[in-house]
Structures are given as C-alpha cells and as structure tokens.
Design a protein around this ligand. Structure first.
Ligand code: 13P
Length: 245
C-alpha cells in the first residue's frame, strides 16, 4: 500500500505563513505518488484547504472533541473540521496526552466521533524515555492500542516515541522494526485480518536525511512529521522518499 506522509504543523504559522507553506507543498506535490496530508492548526484548516484545492494534498486537524457539538468552550467538533475542509484528524498525540491529560478512553471516544464526522483518524501511541529505559515500551504501547482504538477501527496508527519528538533523536531502524512488528501483531489480535492493512506511521525527528531508511522498514506505512513539515522542500523530499504503491 502506498505510504502516507503527514505533516503535523502543531502550533506554528500565522495565517499567511500557513497558506504560503501549503502553496509551496502543493506546487511540488503533483508528481509524488505517496499520499500527502498537512495538519495545520484548526484555525487555518479552511484557508489551507482552499490553498490546496485541486492538488493531491489533503488537510487534517490536530484534535477534535468527542462530542459532535455542545457547550464545550474552546473546543472544536469533528463536523466543524469536516465542514472547514479537513478529511483527516490526528488524535491522542503525546502532546495532547501530556499537556491536556488525554487518556486512552478519551482518545477512543474522540476516534469514534471523528469517524462519525467523516474524518479518518490518525491515532498516536508511543512510550516515554523512562518507559523505554524501564523496558516497558511494548507494554505501554500495547495498553495504548487496546484502550485507544474502537472496534472496528478504520483509521491509521502513528507510533511516536515521546523521546524522539522534536529532539533530533530518531529511533533506530531496529527499534522501529521491532515496535512496528509488535503493533502489527496487536492490530491483528484486536481486529483480525483487518489489522493487516491498517497503516502504521512512524513519527519522531523524521527528516529528508533519514526518511528513506525509515520508510524502508517493514510495517512502516508512512511518516508523521513535525518540525521538518514546516519547510516545503524538506517535506517534499521526505514524501519523495516514500513508497508510491
Ligand atoms: P518532530 O518531527 O518535530 O520530531 O515531531 C514529531 C511529531 O510529534 C509529529 O506528530
């Protein structure tokens, strides 16, 4: 299956910068066979969607509420993201889990809400440095998968070791191979045959220089890219290193 290269722009870019970044990516994306996605702040989803119209780059949100609508000050519902032009949403990112106390149960509810709204969820899992140092990385990820994914699950999983996010420390190919094989096993255990085709992205300090070797690891279905996705040329170089079919 072709790989998905998703840019998580996090809390970066004012409106004009977001539109310019989207235009830069769209301009170089036409010959790229990998599936492409950018996830700006929700505030800029509509403008970025408009800038990407007619291109092969999709737009997603970075979070959505578990309810469709209601008295939830400051929150954003899945149907609102969809209405603004998003077709994807990142859920349960470690920064949401850490900064906003999101639990596996909440992530599962948000995933259901996202699917209900017509969005494809990218559900993030990953261990901290302490958990890895304690030899608990697979156990941690196993619990996150069991708790965060509803049945059936029609989205994508992203493995993002917390210690590799924004640190320049990439997991080794061996670490990635071991964890992605474990995640595949868990997905098959949870979902049977359907678990064989769920894409598993790797995220954590992915850049053009390491993309080709990471994308070649078995069970890697693409990348979730933070910092390097804020530069159109760098993001496109990562996308060119991905599998087109
Ligand atoms: P970096 O690529 O900046 O390490 O961020 C990864 C990430 O958190 C993507 O969701």
């Amino acid at each position: 299956m072709r790989q998905l290269i998703a840019g998580n722009w996090k809390m970066h870019c004012l409106a004009a910068e977001a539109v310019a970044l989207a235009q830069g990516i769209a301009a170089g994306a036409s010959g790229i066979g990998a599936e492409l996605l950018v996830c700006p702040t929700a505030l800029h989803v509509a403008a970025v969607a408009q800038a990407l119209q007619g291109s092969n780059v999709a737009v997603g949100g970075q979070d959505c509420h578990q309810a469709k609508q209601g008295a939830h000050t400051g929150d954003i519902g899945g149907p609102m993201l969809r209405d603004a032009g998003a077709s994807w949403v990142i859920l349960g990112h470690s920064e949401r889990r850490q900064n906003h106390g999101e639990t596996d149960e909440l992530v599962r509810e948000k995933t259901l809400a996202a699917v209900e709204a017509g969005l494809t969820p990218i559900v993030c899992v990953g261990e901290t440095a302490d958990q890895r140092a304690g030899g608990q990385e697979t156990e941690t990820v196993g619990w996150q998968l069991a708790g965060s994914l509803p049945k059936p699950f029609t989205g994508v999983v992203a493995y993002e070791p917390v210690w590799a996010i924004g640190t320049g420390k990439t997991a080794t190919e061996q670490d990635v191979a071991t964890m992605h094989a474990f995640i595949r096993e868990e997905l098959v255990r949870q979902f049977g045959d359907a678990g064989q085709i769920i894409r598993i992205l790797y995220g954590g300090s992915v850049k053009a220089a390491n993309a080709a070797s990471l994308m070649a690891v078995p069970n890697v279905g693409g990348a979730l890219v933070g910092g390097a996705s804020l530069n159109a040329e760098e993001f496109l170089a990562i996308a060119r290193a991905a599998r087109a079919g």
